[in-house]
Unconditional design. Structure first.
Length: 251
């Protein structure tokens, strides 16, 4: 009786494995383009991460490193007095309860002693996606059950991670965007801050001044390189499971 049950379960699990293999192969063929797009965009982001690292090193070797304590207490916010408290604040400013205007400074992590290592993250994520792409291309000759159980997850989550990573890099780049440049000019021109600190970005140069401390740092040209957030699959694939009472597991 036990042998007959074991044989029946092996047949059942083999049937589910064939179904799951077909589902994974279809999912991989339909979404392999997202993996290719993610690899392409991460390769485009690699020079940007090098420029971010170069700019950060230049800031850390200059008096501009003293700008970090000014915004650390406010979690990257810059505040400016507003005489017209009853009017709506222009984007990207937001009004506080006291009537001041606050601006979340993009790229403030550049002044941090320990910013995220985007260069390493982009390299590691690119390698992971390249391995996923190679697995998709050799999927027809791959008989490993583990691969067919997890390949769809690799496609879905690794493209998601690439999307989030490129989005983070673009947010850091936006410190040199026109809105940020205008906001820094407005903040630096405010005479009511009780401080002589100014921070400006003009003609691809970051200018920091605080009394006798002054420096001009050239922003690498690759820093502002346009990036596109890669696309991702619409959904995660759900495989057939073996259910035994309250528990379930892949066949």
């Amino acid at each position: 009786m036990a042998d007959a049950f074991d044989a029946q379960m092996r047949t059942y699990r083999g049937h589910l494995r064939r179904l799951n293999r077909a589902l994974v192969e279809d999912y991989a063929r339909q979404n392999s383009k997202h993996v290719a797009i993610a690899i392409e965009q991460l390769e485009r982001a690699a020079p940007v991460t090098l420029a971010i690292m170069q700019l950060h090193h230049a800031i850390r070797r200059s008096p501009a490193r003293n700008f970090w304590p000014l915004i650390r207490k406010t979690k990257g916010m810059l505040f400016i007095q507003s005489a017209a408290a009853g009017q709506d604040s222009p984007s990207p400013w937001r009004r506080t309860v006291s009537g001041n205007l606050r601006y979340a400074l993009p790229g403030y992590l550049l002044f941090s002693p320990w910013p995220p290592n985007y260069r390493r993250r982009v390299r590691n994520q690119t390698i992971a996606l390249q391995r996923t792409s190679a697995t998709i291309q050799s999927m027809a000759d791959e008989n490993d059950t583990w691969v067919h159980q997890h390949l769809h997850s690799f496609i879905f989550f690794r493209t998601q991670q690439a999307r989030w990573l490129v989005d983070e890099i673009r947010a850091l780049q936006s410190i040199a965007a026109p809105d940020s440049i205008a906001a820094l000019d407005r903040w630096s021109d405010d005479p009511q801050r009780g401080s002589s600190t100014t921070l400006r970005i003009s003609q691809d140069t970051l200018v920091y001044s605080n009394g006798s401390d002054r420096c001009e740092i050239e922003i690498p040209s690759e820093f502002t390189r346009p990036l596109v957030v890669p696309s991702t699959p619409d959904h995660e694939l759900r495989l057939h499971l073996v259910r035994a009472g309250p528990q379930s597991y892949y066949p």
